[in-house]
Design a protein around this ligand. Sequence first.
Ligand SMILES: [Zn+2]
Length: 58
Amino acid sequence: MKCPHCGNRKSVDLDIHSNGFTSEEFPVKECGECGLVWRVKMEAGEAKLDIIKPAAKK
Ligand SMILES: [Zn+2]
């Protein structure tokens, strides 16, 4: 999936169950380029962006 911040496509799925996130229904992604951590939630049939960690400043 494309990064919503920088558009990079090298995002990776994070397995962060141990951190208390429920990532089964809405997988958490991390951008390999800017460090943004996000997931896309479906609410009322609409995709909603949920930013978990802002992009790292360079
Ligand atoms: Zn990015």
